[in-house]
Design a protein around this ligand. Structure first.
Ligand code: SF4
Ligand code: SF4
Ligand code: SF4
Length: 263
């Protein structure tokens, strides 16, 4: 495996050298190169990776994490991958992260681009707190939502019962049957992608996205009224102005205006 990785790295360096020669040929190729360097919003990084913006400044593209991975999960971006060149990433549908308990890819990083502290609990490496991304479910194409029995993603999850659970639903269409559908829990999902790999649909109906892409943000203007500790966020609240005619109305007016349709 090590020989394969080294040959991959040699190929990568050769390709880079060729790429460098080609860039001298013109602005078109140079702009493609710049795109690859910056097009990273959908990239999935190894466990322990620091914030993407800082990661790009800190990773020296040495490939040590790639070499340390026993499953060949990690790849170094090469020209044409449309990822920042030379940086490590993974594609869960091809090879997910198998969540090694000793996380060999992290301690080898010489620069802190993969931060050991972020995957450590009580002085021990803890892959269960890794945050590589978040699995999201396409309820339109997930066959469990059609009523077909499938729990492939649920069974594939290394933190089954916490990161992913199944929910009981009554089949309103037939009125007779019940079915179970998967639910991902953002607070426990590591983004390992084992569920994506296991999904039985032609194109995965559960897939991992970088967390900041997968999740919205309520902001500090809205609080959970039932949660006293949540009120502290109001202190820094800033008003959000919205643009549509309807959203300029007060929430209560807006609700009342729709009530006419109900009676
Ligand atoms: S935790 Fe294991 S499988 Fe996942 S990227 Fe690191 S070395 Fe590879
Ligand atoms: S070991 Fe660290 S510096 Fe080297 S390629 Fe991996 S993330 Fe980058
Ligand atoms: S990515 Fe999927 S398999 Fe991995 S922890 Fe999240 S729900 Fe479980």
């Amino acid at each position: 495996m090590r020989n394969k990785t080294e040959s991959d790295r040699r190929k990568f360096i050769l390709t880079m050298a060729r790429g460098a020669g080609i860039t001298a040929l013109g602005g078109l190729v140079w702009s493609a190169y710049v795109d690859e360097v910056t097009a990273s919003s959908l990239i999935l990084r190894p466990p322990g990776a620091i914030k993407e913006e800082d990661f790009l400044k800190t990773c020296i593209k040495c490939g040590l994490c790639v070499e340390a991975c026993p499953y060949d999960t990690l790849l170094l971006a090469k020209p044409g991958d449309n990822k920042p060149l030379g940086t490590p990433y993974f594609i869960p549908r091809d090879i997910p992260c198998y969540m090694c308990p000793d996380i060999p890819c992290v301690p080898v990083c010489p620069t802190g681009a993969l931060d050991e502290a972020s995957v450590t609990t009580d002085g021990k490496l803890d892959i269960n707190i890794a945050d590589m991304g978040l699995a999201v479910i396409d309820r339109e194409t997930c066959i469990a939502f059609w009523g077909i029995q499938c729990d492939a993603c649920y069974r594939a999850c290394p933190i089954l019962g916490e990161a992913i659970t199944v929910e009981y639903n009554k089949n309103e269409r037939t009125g007779k049957h019940a079915y179970l559908t998967p639910v991902v829990h953002a607070d426990a999902c590591t983004g390992c992608g084992l569920c994506e790999k296991a999904c039985v649909t032609e194109k995965a109906s559960i897939f991992v996205l970088p967390r900041e892409v997968a999740m919205g943000k309520a902001g500090n203007y809205y609080i959970k009224g039932w949660d006293k500790s949540d009120e502290s966020r109001m202190e820094e609240a800033t008003e959000i102005k919205t643009e549509t005619e309807l959203s300029k109305e007060k929430a209560m007016d807006s609700l009342n205006s729709g009530m006419g349709d109900l009676y």
